[in-house]
Write a protein that binds this ligand. Structure first.
Ligand code: URA
Length: 434
């Protein structure tokens, strides 16, 4: 078999045989295919795509390039929720405890933030001495004890994705739906669960800027999962404005704790409730969203979800008392009030710009090597649909270093579109893709 024939075949739009995918990916992983030939193949996929069966096999092959974690020793309904990334997305912080309070468990791999989007690992690492499970055994222990199992990605999980993604990044082939879908799903399939729930975001702050692209990505990933025997569903959710009111790390943990106490931002609640509904429906416990909401309200009102969150923090090395004492979390030295310079209705808050405004004061990373400051972030005091008067508070920047404060302020002011007429406030969850 010759790599050049495989490139020619893909270039002409034909589907590759399993043996050809085996050859391509095995030889590339073993450094026997040079980057320039793999780049040509990736570009051919960019233009010609892959058939459903071809993509499912390609994804499986990617997954099998590294460790696959299964849980024969856990007797719980396992949920893996994955978000394609956004600004202010603290859903994972809240969801694990709710699912556990409802008798289910989370088993998932999470990542660090990059660019304007935040990462779950960074948010929890705001908590002093908190450590995620780093081995399968630790993950099993914490799932059995608390029902919340989150582990960081490691080099042994889908190593092929790391290699391919670095190449895609410098060859203009990141933005290909089959390549994105196989990259995400290979990592999801590397850890066992009873259901994968994908939160595919669309809009300004999302990876997929349009609903159509997000829908296509969601459908492609759902097909890959289901074709490979893993129940997979997706939600299309809006990232046209940041999710909730906090953007950062420590402050997003606080917003998450407040949610578990029943003090929700409406948009965060909508996403969390829909995801839980999909999990409960698959488990066979509910048939409607209303039934799921009733159960969720109960575990929040009776404190059982918050108790699980405390247990998760304790088992991970942190101080559970922080749920009632936020001074145990890192706090920024100062804050700056960003005030509106016009009067009217907030019709848009460009999420990407808010994400970058938070990143440049230290809440995020411009490059993988950057260190982050868990204490800093942005609180949004006005959301889309709100009325604001000139001089009124729009947002607060919590900062430690003044270096980029002015830039951050200007970006926040630019992100807020304030107009005379009020637009209709849309739901965050647009549709369910099954
Ligand atoms: N996220 C991933 O994990 N992979 C991609 O290709 C794009 C986004």
């Amino acid at each position: 078999m010759r790599i050049v024939d495989i490139i020619e075949k893909k270039k002409s739009g034909k589907s590759l045989e399993k043996s050809e995918i085996d050859f391509l990916l095995d030889e590339y992983l073993n450094n026997n295919i040079p980057d320039y030939q793999m780049s040509a193949y990736l570009m051919a996929v960019f233009f010609k795509g892959m058939t459903e069966d071809e993509l499912a096999y390609f994804t499986l092959k990617m997954r099998d390039s590294g460790d696959v974690i299964s849980f024969p020793d856990i007797d719980k309904f396992l949920v893996d929720k994955h978000s394609t990334g956004g600004v202010g997305d603290k859903v994972t912080v809240i969801l694990g405890s709710l699912l556990a309070a409802l008798g289910m468990a989370t088993t998932k791999l999470s990542g660090k933030g990059l660019g304007h989007t935040g990462g779950t690992i960074d948010k929890f690492e705001s908590i002093k001495d908190f450590e995620f499970s780093s081995t399968r055994k630790e993950l099993v222990d914490i799932v059995n004890k608390t029902g919340v199992g989150i582990m960081g990605y490691s080099d042994t999980i889908v190593p092929l994705d790391k290699k391919l993604y670095s190449l895609r990044d410098v060859t203009g082939t990141v933005n290909s739906i089959p390549l994105i879908a196989s990259s995400i799903m290979s990592k999801k399939l590397a850890i066992e669960s009873n259901i994968i729930i994908l939160d595919v975001k669309f809009g300004d702050g999302a990876f997929m800027k349009t609903v159509d692209d997000a829908r296509e990505l969601a459908r492609t990933m759902v097909k890959i999962g289901n074709n490979l025997g893993r129940k997979t569903v997706a939600l299309l959710t809006s990232m046209e404005e940041p999710l909730g009111s906090e953007v950062g790390n420590s402050n997003e943990i606080i917003e998450g704790i407040e949610a578990l106490k029943g003090n929700w931002s409406d948009d965060v609640k909508e996403v969390v409730y829909y995801i839980t509904y999909l999990a409960l429906k698959e488990k066979g416990e509910v048939t409607t969203f209303e039934e799921a909401s009733f159960l969720l309200d109960k575990v929040i009102e009776d404190g059982s979800a918050l108790a699980i969150f405390k247990e998760f923090i304790k088992e991970s090395g942190g101080k559970p008392e922080l749920v009632n004492n936020y001074s145990l979390l890192p706090t920024a030295k100062s804050f700056y009030e960003v005030k509106s310079i016009s009067t009217g209705y907030v019709n848009q808050i460009k999420a990407e710009e808010i994400g970058i405004a938070a990143m440049i004061i230290g809440a995020g990373r411009a490059t993988k090597e950057d260190l982050i400051d868990h204490a800093v972030g942005i609180t949004l005091h006005k959301k889309v649909g709100d009325y604001v008067k000139s001089g009124e508070l729009l947002a607060r920047i919590h900062f430690n270093d003044e270096k980029n404060l002015e830039n951050s302020r200007n970006m926040i002011l630019d992100a807020y579109k304030i107009q005379d007429s009020q637009i209709e406030k849309k739901k965050v969850v647009l549709e369910i893709v099954e």
